[in-house]
Design a protein around this ligand. Structure first.
Ligand SMILES: O=c1ccn([C@@H]2O[C@H](COP(=O)(O)OP(=O)(O)O[C@H]3O[C@H](CO)[C@H](O)[C@H](O)[C@H]3O)[C@@H](O)[C@H]2O)c(=O)[nH]1
Length: 331
């Protein structure tokens, strides 16, 4: 069996591709390399191009007629960039996704697994969320994900395809075999900043200490990217039993079910590294929220998936990835 992975040269898509290979599924990668890395496609079936390119989608599907499921991870994902360039974000994430599903439908491919985001939830008070919790995406990036979910649900309701939206919480770590990982040298997310502070011997800025959480710092649900990849395999395997003609679309939270504050993240980091890290309290980042974590058993019930790897394992694998990344990716 082959699965088309759009965005297959990115952080999540490449890890899903590795999990497919480990499971005996052939990943067919499609990526325009705007953010993905050609190095992550080496030795894998790869088409360079856009999800909106109808002729290319036709070619891929005619060359791989055994593709009946698509994992759609192709998106721009940087929140501040989305604030500065909403047109670019709606174009890349929404318009092109609409083109993509049109091309898939024309070719008779009717199973879509969509990379959504927990950032679409209202997350003002650090409370846990289920899939039925209120949505209130706070950035153009998050709104593109919410719009896509609704657009796909409408298309599914019309009987055009079936769509499983996977709402990722905060992915951390790398492929355990270090085949791929986060491509950015200087990521802006909390663990990336912790690693940077550790490497440079500077204090880690705790951005916001007055949130309504147990210690005043932002709370998130950090989930190992390898566990996320395993959830995609479960989704591919179980697709037809989860989504039926009468239930053609559904969203599933992918998180650990455990909230971690920034101070708790720092403590976990210090349990992994030998030199404890200093922190400094600073103002919140613009537009930041208290956050939340999942309180849903839907992933366990429908996918038979529960995360296996700890936060410490995620931190360790992110650290292990750095020298491999520097060797593999020169910029
Ligand atoms: O230097 C830093 C960076 C972050 N934080 C704090 O760490 C927590 C997590 O921040 P992240 O940036 O790691 O995670 P976010 O959930 O805020 O945002 C991330 O996850 C989103 C999806 O949920 C989007 O993908 C987004 O682009 C990505 O940055 C927040 O409380 C934040 O204030 C710090 O204390 N110091």
């Amino acid at each position: 069996m082959s699965v088309l992975i759009a965005g297959g040269a990115g952080y999540i898509g490449s890890t899903v591709a590795s999990a497919c290979l480990d499971r005996g599924i052939t990943p067919v990668l499609l990526d325009n390399l705007a953010r993905g890395r050609a190095e992550f496609t080496e030795g894998r079936i790869f088409y360079e191009g856009d999800i909106s390119d109808g002729a290319l989608i036709d070619r891929i599907l005619s060359e791989h007629p055994d593709i009946s499921t698509v994992v759609h991870c192709a998106a721009l994902i940087v929140v501040p960039e989305s604030v500065a360039d909403p047109i670019g974000y709606y174009e890349a994430n929404v318009s092109k996704s609409l083109d993509f599903v049109r091309h898939l439908h024309r070719n008779g491919v009717g199973r879509l697994i969509f990379s959504s985001s927990a950032s679409i939830y209202q997350a003002e008070d650090g409370s846990p969320v289920t899939e039925d919790s209120p949505l209130a995406p706070q950035s153009p990036y998050a709104r593109t994900k919410a719009v896509c979910e609704e657009m796909f649900a409408d298309i599914a309701a019309a009987g055009k395809m079936r769509v499983l939206s996977l709402r990722y919480f905060n992915p951390v770590g790398s492929d355990p075999l270090l085949r791929t990982g986060l491509q950015l040298k200087r990521p802006s997310h909390a663990l990336g900043k912790l690693i940077q502070a550790h490497q440079e011997g500077t204090p880690f800025p705790v951005t916001g200490v007055n949130y309504p959480t147990r210690d005043g710092t932002g709370i998130r649900d950090y989930v190992h990217v390898s566990d996320l990849a395993a959830a995609h395999i479960a989704a591919i395997d179980g697709f037809d039993s989860i989504l039926t003609e009468s239930k053609p679309s559904i969203a599933i939270n992918l998180g650990t079910g455990s909230g971690t504050t920034v101070r708790e993240l720092c403590a976990a980091f210090n349990r992994v590294v030998s030199t404890p890290l200093a922190t400094v309290d600073t103002d919140p980042r613009p537009g930041d929220v208290a956050g939340g974590y999942t309180l849903s058993d839907r992933a366990a019930t429908l996918l038979g998936w529960t995360p296996k790897l700890s936060l410490e394992e995620g931190i360790r694998s992110a650290l292990d990835w750095i020298p491999v990344r520097d060797e593999m990716l020169k910029d």
